[in-house]
Design a protein around this ligand. Structure first.
Ligand SMILES: C[S@@+](CC[C@H](N)C(=O)[O-])C[C@H]1O[C@@H](n2cnc3c(N)ncnc32)[C@H](O)[C@@H]1O
Length: 235
């Protein structure tokens, strides 16, 4: 399948979820797995769509006053949580490919009266941000959807300030995937067919110049594994 076809399928799939306000909550999603009840209670239910596959905040506390970028911000849940970590003197930017998701995230931020959270439509393979402009890059269940993962990690490296963190939760695979997924656009959009082996995923992070500091994993289903990685751009 061409990269354009994959991106179009991904955009259409998440546009429908945003418009219908449906949660994906399939076997491939974590349905807000790993978040404390009080954290979930602090964000609007409309932002909790069960689209993540882990909890990137479990990898490290975000510093107050930090500028945070969320790659593939969806309905905005992790951005709204990040805003609580960084406080009013910090700033949070969510980038998402799907305009309908960006609109939903903006609506969710308005509901909680946050003015230091911005959502922009964009492709994480070509981030609309200057180099060395953010302290922390977050991402939750997104890079598996991106055809050129090396480019996405290179972009994360580019926008991070030296010493800044990448905190990522994502799905990878251990072993082979069913062959019929390869031609199934929905299998890509559902965070399945675009998964790559864990070793290749970690190598792509390192190839971008980031230094891996911590890795945790949990089985999801069959060959699909939920991975959480903390990596740092060296000083
Ligand atoms: C599984 S959802 C995860 C959303 C959010 N991170 C969360 O945890 O709730 C994947 C999101 O990534 C976005 N996405 C997919 N490919 C992208 C790309 N190349 N650039 C930016 N966003 C992308 C989709 O539009 C969708 O909102």
């Amino acid at each position: 399948m061409t990269t354009d076809r994959i991106k179009e399928a991904v955009r259409a799939y998440y546009a429908q979820i945003a418009q219908e306000r449906t949660s994906c909550c399939t076997s491939s999603c974590g349905c807000a797995a790993g978040y404390a009840e009080e954290v979930l209670a602090s964000v609007p239910v409309e932002a909790q769509m069960g689209l993540g596959c882990g909890n990137p905040f479990a990898l490290g506390a975000l510093p107050r006053g930090a500028t945070v970028l969320d790659l593939g911000s969806g309905a905005g849940m992790d951005c709204l949580i990040a805003a609580q970590h960084v406080g009013p003197e910090g700033r949070v930017i969510g980038v998402d490919l799907t305009p309908e998701m960006v609109a939903l995230a903006q609506e969710n931020a308005r509901k909680v009266g946050l003015h230091n959270v911005t959502f922009v439509q964009g492709d994480i393979e070509a981030l609309p941000l200057p180099e060395c402009s953010v302290d922390v890059v977050l991402s939750n269940c997104v890079i598996n959807l991106v055809p050129d993962k090396a480019r996405a990690f290179a972009e994360a490296f580019r926008v991070l300030r030296p010493g800044g963190w990448l905190l990522v939760a994502d799905l990878v695979r251990q072993g082979a995937l069913p062959a019929y997924w390869e031609d199934d656009p929905e299998a890509y959009a559902r965070c399945l067919a675009g998964t790559i082996p864990e070793a290749d995923y970690l190598a792509a992070i390192e190839m971008a110049g980031l230094v891996i500091e911590a890795v945790t994993r949990a089985a999801v289903e069959g060959p699909i594994v939920s991975l959480q990685v903390r990596a740092r751009r060296p000083l």
